[in-house]
Design a binder for this molecule. Structure first.
Ligand code: HDD
Length: 727
């Protein structure tokens, strides 16, 4: 299927990684079936027996081979980020960045660097729902001409903890509880909030996790962040600090929590399917790569520490420069071979980039190779096609399980004379990687810098930057999650932490939990050294130099297109074909995907006896799987639909989830059968449409225009204000 995309390829160069994968691909079209040894098989239905009712013979190598392979098909899932989906694509830089970095792929504007990108949830297992409230992984492997660079980030710019030593604790706390393995893919349980309530440094991340960012509408509509501060190194050996951002060209959008829970039942593969279908249809997802660059000299200029992964650099302080674009334009051919076996490592960097001393990053540098050793079974996982670079590998590493490369010659050591001294080391000028020579003069200590002790100012900045609907969602999310916690003392301790972020927030959540905001307990900070004074190691309360930051609210995101958005048309026999086709044509030419949904499958007969193909029935479709709904007229069609509970429910849910809804003059009759009939706007002017998201118009051209504008706005959260939406 991916082959069809050749013609739609948004870019114009052959993708070197796809070429590199080609020799390993297998295509059975027109071929004989064989064993793994290449022997043609003439009966794949019956094992070899002593007589047709007798015992199976051990000599049946066909049976033995097939069952043995099957028995060994599974590998361990990733210990975190087990559930994921991936795609191939390319990255191209806009202009050379040589002032800051010598990395070739960030300087050569002519080259399209192949990428493989895997998106994931963190806590759930491989088969868990895509719509869990969770952080999303955003891992990009750049197959550059200088080797692989992996930017292994998330869709949130900060992290729960400051030191990698706490990572196993965090993950043990969020994963299903160890006695009964409950709950799957959810943080709403005691052990997670027990840990969080004792880890004040997680406060900022918790604000992100409880926000709508944790329930994206699509992987294609998420930001990505490298999280840590990295280093850029130019060809003079000068360094600057850099933070990486991915900015989606479709904007950042989310679903409602009630919707997320429903999608988990109706289509747990919602994000996987969405990514796959968008790429198959040629609606290639795109992100711009952004960088925030801080000169070395400004390292201590901020009221937070650049090495602290629980902090952002607000965009008001250091703007994000957009330096290039990534386009995902090809689905994998095989999920296991590519997506499952892809092995990312934050330590895979190329000349022109380097690490910083962020203690979270430093610990990650160990963890990723280590985990691949157990997951992929040995030290040669870099040879698996999806992981190998597009440049040759020459070194003296040898052997190990599943070695693919056939190294020639006698010498596998350096220095050597028998092999002519090869392979030779490359000088920095020849592209050899040379680590940045950071000056360090320090005692070896187990301690945390005091510059890491402000845990609340940026959590507050995040909360203060949210729009009212976003704040309400955050309060609801915390009330839901803590409501699922059974231990009241944990809930109470969390209210204490929240009160250190924002008193109003804590009061609202406490109200929902039937608790009071008490004076918070002394938050525990785990960085107390054996001989340290506890008082010195308590979190500090610092005011952020900023009251709010625009980039933190999804309200300010791009809302200018309906590309790849899914629109449901509710129809029945007798529908007005002109209304269906007119509005459909307008939406499809705007890039949207239209599904016709009817009481039963196959087709409906319109009022002018024309057949209209049906994509889904009310049984197989659900409102939560669409971005907007249209009800075309036709006397008999609307009469059927207004009496059809599933159609009315479809609309009620769309209204509840704040989606754009449209009807032509006759279709209005069906809207009048919903619970929101008495909330329909009194006029359908352009202005009302843009605030209320409901379009009714007899003029199909005008209707289509207004509907397109409304869909582009994504959601009409103001509708939630009266908080009176059942469904
Ligand atoms: Fe991690 C996987 C992102 C902290 C240890 N991590 C993993 C993946 C992503 C991230 C996107 C999935 C990659 C894929 O699709 O295969 N991790 C992050 C970010 C972090 C972070 C953005 C903080 C800024 N991780 C982190 C720490 C540790 C790990 C502190 C351990 C000390 N992460 C792992 C791992 C995983 C992993 C155990 C599991 C599967 C894998 O590596 O390949 O090594």
């Amino acid at each position: 299927m991916a082959k069809q995309q050749e013609t739609k390829h948004a870019t114009n160069q052959p993708n070197k990684k796809i070429e590199n994968l080609e020799p390993d691909k297998e295509d059975s079209t027109g071929a004989f079936m064989t064993t793994d040894q290449g022997v043609k098989i003439n009966d794949d239905q019956n094992s070899l027996r002593a007589g047709d009712r007798g015992a199976t013979l051990l000599e049946d190598f066909i049976l033995r081979e097939k069952i043995t392979h099957f028995d060994h098909e599974r590998i361990p899932e990733r210990v975190v980020h087990a559930r994921g989906s991936a795609a191939h694509g390319v990255f191209k830089v806009y202009k050379p960045l040589n002032k800051f970095t010598k990395a070739h792929f960030l300087n050569d504007t002519a080259t399209e660097t192949p990428v493989f990108v895997r998106f994931s949830t963190v806590a759930g297992s491989r088969g868990s729902t895509d719509l869990a409230r969770d952080v999303r992984g955003f891992a990009v492997k750049f197959y550059t001409q200088e080797g692989n660079f992996d930017l292994v980030g998330n869709n949130m710019p900060v992290f729960f903890i400051q030191d990698a030593l706490k990572f196993p604790d965090l993950v043990h706390a969020v994963k299903p509880e160890p006695d009964n393995e409950i709950p799957q893919a959810a943080s709403a349980h005691d052990t997670f909030w027990d840990f969080i309530s004792l880890m004040p440094e997680s406060a900022h991340m918790i604000m992100w996790l409880m926000s709508d960012r944790a329930i994206p509408r699509s992987y294609r509509m998420m930001e990505g962040f490298g999280v840590h501060t990295f280093r850029f190194i130019n060809d003079k050996g000068e360094a600057s600090f850099v933070k990486f951002h991915w900015k989606p060209l479709l904007g950042v959008h989310s679903v409602a929590w009630d919707e997320a829970q429903n999608i988990s039942g109706k289509d747990p593969d919602f994000h996987r399917r969405d990514l796959w279908e968008a790429i198959e249809s040629g609606a290639f997802p795109e992100w711009e790569l952004g960088v925030q660059i801080v000169p070395e000299a400004d390292e201590f200029k901020f009221d937070f520490d650049l090495l602290d992964a629980t902090k952002i650099i607000p965009e008001e302080l250091v703007p994000v420069q957009r330096i290039g674009k990534m386009t995902l334009n090809r689905n994998p051919d095989n999920f296991f071979a590519e997506t499952e076996q892809s092995a990312f490592h934050v330590g895979n960097i190329v000349p022109g980039l380097d690490f910083t001393n962020d203690p979270l990053l430093q610990g990650r540098l160990f963890s990723y190779t280590d985990t691949q050793l157990i997951r992929l079974g040995g030290p040669n996982f870099h040879e698996i096609p999806i992981n190998r670079p597009v440049v040759p590998i020459h070194n003296n590493q040898r052997d190990g399980f599943m070695r693919q490369q056939i190294n020639k010659g006698k010498s596998s050591y350096n220095p050597n004379s028998l092999g002519g001294g090869d392979p030779v080391q490359a000088k920095a000028a020849e592209g050899g990687f040379a680590s940045y020579q950071e000056r360090i003069d320090a005692k070896k200590v187990r301690a945390r810098s005091k510059s890491f002790f402000d845990h609340f100012s940026q959590a507050r900045l995040f909360f203060n930057s949210q729009s009212d609907p976003e704040k309400n969602h955050l309060i609801d999310a915390l009330s839901f999650e803590l409501g699922k916690v059974k231990t009241v003392a944990v809930r109470q301790r969390m209210i204490g932490i929240l009160s250190l972020i924002d008193r109003g927030l804590a009061t609202e959540v406490a109200y929902a939990l039937g608790l009071k905001v008490l004076k918070p307990e002394q938050p525990i900070n785990h960085s107390i050294p054996a001989d340290g004074k506890v008082a010195d190691y308590q979190p500090t309360q610092v005011e952020s130099s900023l009251a709010s930051s625009e980039a933190l609210s999804m309200k300010n995101t791009i809302k200018d297109s309906i590309i790849s958005r899914k629109i449901a048309f509710l129809v029945a026999d007798g529908v007005d074909e002109r209304s269906v086709n007119g509005v459909k044509d307008a939406l499809v030419s705007g890039g949207a995907v239209v599904h016709v949904i009817a009481p039963r499958l196959n087709a409906v007969i319109g009022m002018n006896n024309k057949e209209i193909a049906v994509d889904e029935s009310f049984l197989t479709a659900a409102s939560v799987l669409y971005d907007a709904v249209y009800v075309p007229g036709g006397k008999n069609s609307v009469a059927t639909l207004e009496a059809e509970a599933n159609a009315v429910h479809f609309l009620n849910e769309a209204f509840k989830h704040c989606k754009a809804i449209a009807a032509d003059e006759q279709g209005l009759q069906v809207l009048e059968a919903t619970y929101f009939a008495n909330k329909l706007p009194s006029d359908f002017s352009d202005e009302t449409v843009l605030t209320e998201g409901i379009v009714v118009n007899g003029d199909l051209k005008k209707l289509s225009e207004q509907f397109i504008q409304a869909i582009a706005l994504h959601r009409f959260w103001e509708r939630e204000k009266p908080r009176q939406v059942p469904a």
